[in-house]
Design a protein around this ligand. Structure first.
Ligand SMILES: [Fe+2]
Ligand SMILES: [Fe+2]
Length: 346
């Protein structure tokens, strides 16, 4: 990210002004939030929340690191989180009956097998190169920090589920080889597709509906009370990864790409076939066996992921079906403005 993002409404405008030192921190206090028609896709809410969370990851350009624990900013973040959580509970009602630890992996499997719009099938068979590049830009909001939100859970766990989480995360982080970190493999795929792989380079064109999928992980990861949900999120993420990634790789090959462009996707076909069992049985099942009271949260975290992912996939497919960009601006327009490179398959 080279410069602070463009505000998308009054909340992100006030937040960015404060972070840039143009307004005092106390101007965040008592921020009256409006009623959001659709908090799960609201541009202003999701960008403001995303920026609050970024202070816990790589920080923001030109923003002092001490903002991470500034009480006025945390108070705003809490208000945004309350709206986000309320909307999630509305969209994904928590189960009334307590779930049992014994059936957690099967319950997760049932969520994984629910029918939804198949973005991966579309990309495999029909997507244009521009659509695939848009898909990669959307995914960059998470993949360039892949695994980081789930790592917040490590100190919150103990024993067998902690060991399982670290086994998965070790692969995500390249098993000691920086060039094999999944975030780095994704950056290579971006470059192979002629896209800027710098962290946060596309934030200004990534819509709230996509930012919400990343904010969900940050919310779950940063709050110990949501340790069940972040575990359920990771388990479902791993369980729904292998087959779609095979299709994404096939789509890229159909368009003439290979090598660096497909390595990230190919790697996930094999890695996540292993991760899904560790995550479902040892991590999620292990945590539920340790503390059965967390079983419902584990499943709810998975269902929240499924819901936001389905909305996100529908947004992409509907946008493309209508012949418009799924981003906030056309990539070609953005690249023309920044004199982007000419794209050639290779
Ligand atoms: Fe990965
Ligand atoms: Fe994985």
């Amino acid at each position: 990210m080279r410069s602070p993002p463009t505000p998308r409404g009054p909340i992100s405008e006030r937040l960015i002004a404060v972070l840039r030192g143009e307004s005092p921190p106390d101007s965040l206090a008592g921020s009256d939030l409006p009623v959001f028609a659709d908090p799960l896709a609201d541009e202003d809410l999701q960008l403001a929340l995303y920026l609050c969370y970024e202070l816990h990851y790589r920080g923001l350009p030109g923003v002092d690191d001490s903002w991470e624990w500034e009480p006025a900013l945390l108070a705003l973040r809490r208000e945004l989180e309350i709206r986000f959580e309320d909307a999630l509970r509305c969209a994904v009602p928590p189960a009334d009956d307590p779930a049992r630890a014994a059936g957690i992996d099967l319950a997760l499997r049932a969520i994984a097998e629910q029918d939804g719009p198949s973005l991966s099938s579309y990309i495999k068979v029909s997507a244009s190169l521009e659509e695939v590049r848009e898909f990669v830009v959307h995914r960059s909001a998470y993949q360039l920090k892949e695994a980081d939100p789930h790592s917040w859970a490590i100190p919150r766990l103990s024993g067998a589920p902690k060991a399982a989480l670290i086994e998965v995360q070790s692969d995500e982080y390249g098993g000691g080889r920086a060039e094999w970190m999944h975030a780095e493999l994704f950056a290579r795929a971006m470059r192979a597709l002629g896209l800027d792989s710098e962290y946060g380079a596309f934030l200004d064109v990534i819509p709230g509906i996509t930012l919400a999928t990343v904010n969900l992980m940050s919310l779950f990861g940063l709050h110990r009370r949501w340790r069940g949900a972040i575990v359920g999120h990771l388990a479902l993420f791993e369980m729904t990864s292998s087959i779609p990634n095979r299709r994404y790789g096939e789509g890229l090959r159909r368009l003439g790409f290979d090598g660096d462009a497909t390595l990230f996707f190919d790697e996930h076909v094999t890695a996540d076939a292993v991760h899904e069992n560790i995550a479902a049985v040892d991590l999620a099942g292990g945590l539920a066996r340790q503390d059965e009271a967390l079983a419902n949260d584990i499943l709810w975290g998975a269902r929240a992921l499924a819901h936001l992912d389905e909305r996100w996939a529908s947004h992409l497919l509907e946008s493309w079906n209508d012949g418009r960009t799924s981003l906030l601006r056309e990539l070609s327009e953005l690249e023309a403005a920044s004199a982007g490179q000419v794209l050639a398959p290779g």
